[in-house]
Design a protein around this ligand. Structure first.
Ligand SMILES: CC(C)(COP(=O)(O)OP(=O)(O)OC[C@H]1O[C@@H](n2cnc3c(N)ncnc32)[C@H](O)[C@@H]1OP(=O)(O)O)[C@@H](O)C(=O)NCCC(=O)NCCS
Length: 234
């Protein structure tokens, strides 16, 4: 399996922007960002100098959010801190994908495309799984569960460092929880990722104990603790 190289997971945004998502990147010098409406994430090199921070500021524009995701890079002092959130990165450590939920014949998962964006945004607003924007679905495959025609759960693929795919935007409407929707969605995505010889990984807030327990039950284990950080450009 190609995904045995875990080092790329230390810098997943930058590795995705330079690789699989290059067509969704804007770059200036060593700085890079996703195009607006796809993702808020941006990246700098491992040891950025003042010129590289200036390039990132130019890419983002004045007074804009610089979402550094899990990068530990420290911006200049005139970049105002906006958020700081403890989390963890988990990697799929199961041995095979055969027994993952969501892979049984007849499972009721549907692929979500551009037509589903208003419903996806509405579900995200109600459940707050993390950042999700009108074009985030362009990062990969998004799957959903409908009950009586209404979207009640979804999950999808986000960052793509070499050999890996991140599972993200896992959410279930409050009235549809506890029915295994999230387990089936994550299981189905993990099976797809494994089938193309990559490994699934994900990020979760440290305080989200329900989600962490779900992911552990599905075969994910913690690789490392991370801190998500956002700043405002001067
Ligand atoms: C975390 C979340 C996606 C789980 O969705 P779900 O569809 O209820 O998950 P599942 O039914 O597949 O499994 C959840 C587990 O927790 C239990 N559970 C979760 N929420 C529950 C609820 N509201 N009521 C009862 N049980 C619940 C289930 O019984 C199950 O445990 P079990 O497998 O040991 O029986 C959902 O609570 C959610 O949308 N949370 C807000 C967004 C979020 O935090 N997303 C994760 C971002 S990393």
């Amino acid at each position: 399996m190609r995904g045995s190289d875990t080092e790329v997971l230390d810098d997943p945004v930058s590795r995705s922007l330079r690789g699989h998502h290059a067509h969704l990147a804007r770059r200036l010098g060593g700085a890079a960002r996703y195009v607006p409406d796809v993702a808020t994430f941006c990246a700098v090199s491992a040891d950025p100098d003042a010129g590289e921070w200036a390039d990132l500021a130019r890419l983002l524009g004045p007074g804009e959010l610089a979402d550094l995701f899990s990068s530990p890079a420290v911006p200049p002092s005139d970049w105002e801190p906006v958020f700081l959130l403890d989390g963890r990165q988990m990697i799929w450590s199961g041995s095979a994908g055969d027994d993952l939920p969501g892979t049984e014949p007849g499972t009721d998962l549907v692929e979500l495309g551009p037509d589903s964006v208003p419903e996806m945004l509405d579900l995200v607003a109600r459940t707050r799984p993390g950042p999700f924007q009108p074009r985030t679905h362009e990062l990969g495959t998004y799957l959903g569960v409908r009950e009586h025609g209404t979207l009640v759960a979804m999950a999808g693929e986000r960052l793509r460092p070499p050999g890996w795919t991140e599972i993200s935007a896992v959410c279930t409407a409050p009235e549809a929880r506890g029915r295994g929707h999230a387990a089936r969605l994550v299981g189905a995505l993990a099976a797809r990722i494994l089938a193309r010889d990559e490994r699934p990984f994900l990020h979760v807030a440290e305080a989200n104990t329900a989600a962490i327990a779900l992911y552990e039950r599905l075969g994910f284990s913690t690789r490392t603790r991370v801190t998500f950080r956002g700043f405002r450009t001067p």
